[in-house]
Design a protein around this ligand. Sequence first.
Ligand code: ATP
Ligand code: MG
Length: 556
Amino acid sequence: MSNSNEHNEVQASNFIRNIVMEDLKSGKHSSIVTRFPPEPNGYLHIGHAKAICLNFGLAKEFNGKCHLRFDDTNPVKEDTEYIESIKESVKWLGFDWCQDEYYTSDYFEQLYEWAEYLIVNGKAYVDDLSAEEIQSYRGTLTEPGKESPFRNRTVDENLDLFRRMRKGEFPDGAKVLRAKIDMASPNINFRDPVIYRILHATHPHAGDKWCIYPMYDFAHGQSDAIEGITHSVCTLEFESHRPLYDWFLDNLPVKSRPHQYEFARLNLTYTVMSKRKLLQLVKDGDVAGWDDPRMPTLAGLRRRGFTPEAVRNFCHIIGVGRSDSWIDIGILEEAVREDLNDRAPRVMAVLEPLKLVIENYPDDLHEELSIEYHPQKPELGSRKVAFGKELYIERSDFQEVPEEGFKRLTLNGEVRLRKAYIIKCTGVEKDSAGNIILIRCSYDPDTKSGLPGSKKKVKGTIHWVDAKSAISSEIRLYDRLLSVVSPSGDDWKKDLNPDSIKILTDCKLEQSLEKAVAEEHFQFERQGYFCVDMRDSKPGKPVFNRTVTLKDSWGK
Ligand code: ATP
Ligand code: MG
């Protein structure tokens, strides 16, 4: 796996890490095995990153192993495209499962045998009730459930029916296999949970071998036991399933005994995280795909320009606890700023160009200024930047009649061109509609950056690009997916941020950016951090995505 991602971060202390340390110290386990068990029914998102950092992080810190297990029990929603994207995202985040790639579907035969084992021991039965009837027989939190009329079938009859379910003799939904536990249990998960259902569907990994599929609760703990998982970490919504997790392990001849621990899932403001909602955005065309840079998926964040280091650091900062809470997306944005601030080369790009002519600059003169890539990192080197009579500046850096406090270029005003000269605006040219189309200036050769004359003070400094050598490029300004802190209700899509993408097609960039390669990061001076789009860029023709602005200006 890629070495560029080498990292040795130790996890912040958390209760699961404490349990692991205790278990190693007491000798309960001599080494640990964790797992990350995604269902391949969508791309991984930033919430998954929390679970990945926790599981792989524990294994790494304590010299254990972390398995990547595809929890593929529902063929209807699963796809090999998702399997591939999940692997790619885990690798990108910097983790390595080595040889330990597993599929719950590879355990179907063993799970089937264990289902028969329960039947033989009078602990499971085939039920003919419909899904709706099972639901209505289940009772509520305050009332016990009602027993199914099929609950007392004989072992032989149950075995025969279950085998015929496997053979494909019944249509979808005609029968299910249920564990026979306790319809009056205060824990609803104990009221004879369904453990197998009929689904005539092709499975992305197992093909057409099966037409009955185990439910999550019947598959998960047993898969953990098969793999010798010691600490099975999942999110809090499974807490009430833990007694059932243990019940199956108590009632089956498993060889090892995993333990489930629960932690709080990540909720992030200004976005949606459930795969169901993300899939809806993709299907409805609200975004350009699972890796659209506005998506909270790892593929989307990557394409947007978030780095694995920033995402891992974010997971480190938010920590792992047991109380559900919302994390401000600003924390994630700050994490990527912090990372890129250290290593992104600074370059100049004009997003909304306005032409400027320096009238007293010699026609035939073309200078090359040597400008360092990073003020604090001389090791990043420098590049040559062309300077000439015609330049582009940012449209917003000029105001003919300045508003109060405006410190950039105005009519008759002076400003410094970054790393170059001080110029004075002597006039403007307008089109017939009154829009400014050209700025006329004069410059003072003695004010060149680095010369003694350069000590002259002006109020503002603006960035610029030489017109003759500039490259034209498309830049996409991305912003938050939602315009509200958290989505609510079924019509949550009404809160999609209409300004989550703004495409600028004729930006002017310094020539050095011609060589920028996919996924390279830059700071465009005064604008923000940008990354070369990995899909739409062509050699010599990069397209840039704005990862994040330089400062958090959201809502201000
Ligand atoms: P979603 O609700 O987004 O569809 P899921 O829980 O169904 O997610 P899985 O593929 O089953 O997704 O999850 C794999 C692992 O990632 C599980 O252990 C799950 O607990 C964990 N996980 C999923 N979402 C989050 C989250 N928001 N925060 C932390 N861990 C998460
Ligand atoms: Mg799930």
